[in-house]
Design a protein around this ligand. Structure first.
Ligand code: ADP
Length: 194
């Protein structure tokens, strides 16, 4: 089973990604984690993307495509994968369609964890106030910028999957457990996991 998970910053995407990984034994493919790892290791790539990430902007599609195609060539995702943070714009979504078609990989579910803009903004402000900031791009002004980038670049991708009849919109304003069980219900209705 292969899944793509969408959610604006503050929507709880990371929490639900972890749930799906555990529950269905999926392999996570997170472009954000891959990029952060390269920044931490101070690789050439890391040096290139650090400033862009700190600002909350998107790194170039070319960089993302090479990360993704390398990752997909390593076929260790026996139970399927979950894309987290990719595709983030229409060009990336179309490229992913092509790659999956070429590799004969099926896309089973696309979930959008939907949270009202106002709630997102207040969650973002609280998160920045309460938590010790561990990521440079987790301050409230950068999070607001990431929200803008999400609305501008990533929202059109949702229509792309909606047109393919693959999009499931999940109400992200319940408790963590409620959101997880809404996702699970959809999976169990359409997919037999053995
Ligand atoms: P979030 O915390 O919103 O889930 P991520 O961890 O996925 O964010 O990504 C962190 C940063 O890494 C983004 O703000 C962006 O700069 C970069 N990034 C991650 N994935 C992509 C992508 N698919 N395309 C372009 N930039 C990306």
């Amino acid at each position: 089973m292969n899944v793509i998970l969408f959610g604006a910053p503050g929507a709880g995407k990371g929490t639900q990604a972890n749930f799906l990984i555990k529950e269905y034994n999926l392999t996570q493919i997170s472009t954000g984690d891959m990029l952060r790892e390269s920044v931490k290791r101070k690789t050439e790539l890391g040096k290139k993307v650090e400033i862009i990430m700190t600002k909350g902007d998107l790194v170039s599609d070319e960089i993302i495509f090479s990360l993704i195609s390398n990752r997909l060539n390593n076929t260790d995702y026996t139970n399927g994968f979950i894309f987290d943070g990719f595709p983030r714009n229409l060009k990336q979504a179309k490229k992913l369609d092509e790659m999956m078609y070429d590799m004969k990989i099926n896309l089973d579910f696309v979930f959008h964890i939907d949270v009202d803009e106002q709630i997102l903004t207040s969650r973002i402000e609280n998160r920045a106030k309460q938590e010790k900031i561990t990521r440079k791009d987790d301050t409230s002004s950068v999070l607001i910028e990431r929200l803008k980038v999400y609305n501008r670049e990533t929202k059109p991708v949702l229509d792309h999957y909606s047109n393919q009849n693959k999009l499931n919109v999940i109400n992200g304003m319940g408790t963590i457990e409620e959101v997880s069980s809404n996702i699970s219900n959809i999976i169990q209705k359409d997919f037999k996991v053995d």
